[in-house]
Design a protein around this ligand. Sequence first.
Ligand SMILES: Cc1ncc(COP(=O)(O)O)c(C=O)c1O
Length: 387
Amino acid sequence: MQLSNLINGLPPYHFADAKKKIADRIAAGVDVISLSMGDPDLPAPQAVVERLCAEMQKPENHRYPEYRGVYALHEAIAQWFEQRFQVRLQPERDILPLLGSKEGLAYAGASVLNAGDIALVPDPYYPVYITAATTVGAQVYLLPLTAHNAYLPDLASIPVDVLAKARVLWLNYPNNPTAACANRSFFEQAVAFARHHHLVIIHDMAYAEVYFDDFRPMSILQIPGASEVAVELHSLSKTYNMAGFRVGMLVGNPALVDAVGRLKSNIDSGMFRPVQYAAIEALNLPVSWIQQRNVLYQKRRDMLVEGCHAVGMQVELPKAGLYVWAHVPHGFTSRDFATWLFDKTGVFVTPGSNFGAAGEGYVRISLTAPDERIATALQRMKDALSL
Ligand SMILES: Cc1ncc(COP(=O)(O)O)c(C=O)c1O
């Protein structure tokens, strides 16, 4: 069959491939430890599961849902956002519930970019930022995130001719895969830059609620005037261990929120109502639920950071997010090391270069496995590296 140029230009999604590799190895009898995807291994809150089951029993919830979500979900998101970030959003105008934040990333890009425009994308990147540009015929200009620039894009380095065609600046803090965080002064600079150059900022904050010690990631919407140029994506996937439920949200600039709603409603038919009510249950949980869960992740983070140091892999202590961004041992490329490690130990990590050229020299190790599996993985790494 003759497929479209769009499909022919689209690479297979990395994690779909990775899942198959893991399944094949397990079928061959290998005890695989996957520290690869950011797919929470901990269960969704009990209150969420109970509400989902209760709402499933009501036949009226089996019908087509509202395209843009029930008002109660908009309200719950607004309240959650205000409590967390001290920013008041108008429930219907400034908020759009999504089937996970991933679709919102693609739709937000498509709602702003035209063929021939340029999207400014940090490198390394979450692959959807690229897809969002290439599927509409836009070009990508990569902004390397390196240890030298504290993993923040150097906006001043963007050439004038690129800026002339640029329409979108993608940001993602806490960052996947580097685990870097941005501070207020960076967000202020980014908002001023976007205003000056007529850019739209799409800030992906999927990891906002996995934080450690006293650190709390900030929303770009906390910068005065940011909603004139920015939207932000949040997700219940990592926040409440609800990745399979598919609940996310787009918040911020009302025109772009409305545009994504228009695009989405022409493509899908909204979120299953019981899932919407389950999401409200999650958003109403006390913040202590998140804090207690983060204590578990923090322990894993500490084990992984210490374990990496013990095998000579340099790594910084993440302040937030689900990953450790580790230098590969000397003499390996990212991909060679990840392949070698998987073959030799059954431990599956993601090559940094999968997220773009600037990720070369690193692997991304996820915190989404129980302590004892992380301990086993680290012991296997130690043995494999003959230490
Ligand atoms: C940076 C980033 N953004 C967005 C997402 C999408 O999350 P979801 O669609 O589950 O909300 C992910 C998932 O891993 C991610 O890593």
